[in-house]
Design a protein. Sequence first.
Length: 383
Amino acid sequence: MANLDAFKEEQVVEKTVDTEKKVKIGIIGTGWIAGAHIESYQKLPDVEVVALADIIPGKAEAFAKQYGIEGARIYSSDEELIANEKDLDGVSICTYNCQHAPCAIHALEAGINVMLEKPFTVTLDEAVEVMKAEKKSGKILTIGFQPRMGPNMQMIKKIVESGELGKIYYIQAGGGRRSGIPTPFGTTFIEKDTAGIGALGDIGCYSLDMLLNAIGYPKPLTCTGYTSAFFGTDPKYYANHPEYAAKFGVDDFAAAFVRLEGDIILDFRISWAMNMDTCGDALILGTKGGLRIPSTECWNGEFDKPLTIYKKVAGREVSYQIPLIESKSNLFVAKLRSFVDAIKEGGKAPVPSSEIVINQAIIDAINKSANIGKEVEINIPEV
Ligand SMILES: NC(=O)c1ccc[n+]([C@@H]2O[C@H](COP(=O)([O-])OP(=O)(O)OC[C@H]3O[C@@H](n4cnc5c(N)ncnc54)[C@H](O)[C@@H]3O)[C@@H](O)[C@H]2O)c1
């Protein structure tokens, strides 16, 4: 038992950082998630948030006051911030999805390192344009997937890489929400012009990353996708804001079969709203073993139950659990620490575009296939 208990606690290695020279950061978009960025940056002693931008008048000023950084310079757009801040080491792009690509391109073209919130972009074409700007700039572009920092999420990849499951041939995405269309601070997540994609991009990108990162992001080949919006467009769904229904321009449910290189099939489903508690557990099937990952929304890197491995041993069917690791680190802080470290050390992007473009290509293909009602081929242009 003592041996098993040793797995439960993550070894937290305290890192000493050089605080002599502060890394200068700007935040573009001062909405909901920007709050998590500033709170995390404020925990890093070698970072100074020196500039803020938001296109809504007064919003960045109020943000600066709320977080006690009244000294930060305030701008009314990403372009104004980038044109005036000549000394920035990096920016956090915290705008709604449709503004990810233009803001990332502007920053990279100005030679600024970028932490871009998830999902990467709305379309594959946009992701490719951002990657071209990344390549030309030689700067760091990392995508904001904090679940990757979670020790239990990392365990999924370790299990696959250990060979314990054999050759992987089927992965099934699960999780999702029964009643969780995100409208806590308005409608930027549900309007076509701001969000561009719904549950498919918002939490689907996490669900895809959890499985595809574990199996090494194989190239996607073809996709049959489906999306719907029965709940988001129904005024009765919203207890206090029936008017949101008319603004709903994205998906609230998506499903797909995606063929991946290496003769692997991805069975995908994601939901913001449905008449079901969960789309189920996530599964990875291999020739030597299967892995059950308890239903999760993925975004916080947590499961409430352990992972289970199923195998046949000496002709008998057995299953065993991988004890949950009690993480002591804040995943959001870890995500921004990894970005700042990459800037300071001239390192690689912690969550690189070369992987997440595959995630984006699948999201894009699900949308395209859903629109035309047929299977589509997936081709990711070389950058
Ligand atoms: N990693 C996570 O856990 C997590 C959680 C929530 C949201 N997100 C992602 O963060 C992004 C933002 O979500 P949110 O909930 O904060 O949205 P939000 O609507 O609350 O905030 C976005 C802000 O960006 C501003 N903005 C838009 N374009 C701009 C531009 N060109 N220049 C300056 N400001 C601009 C808007 O005015 C708005 O204030 C989304 O892409 C979302 O998917 C990530």
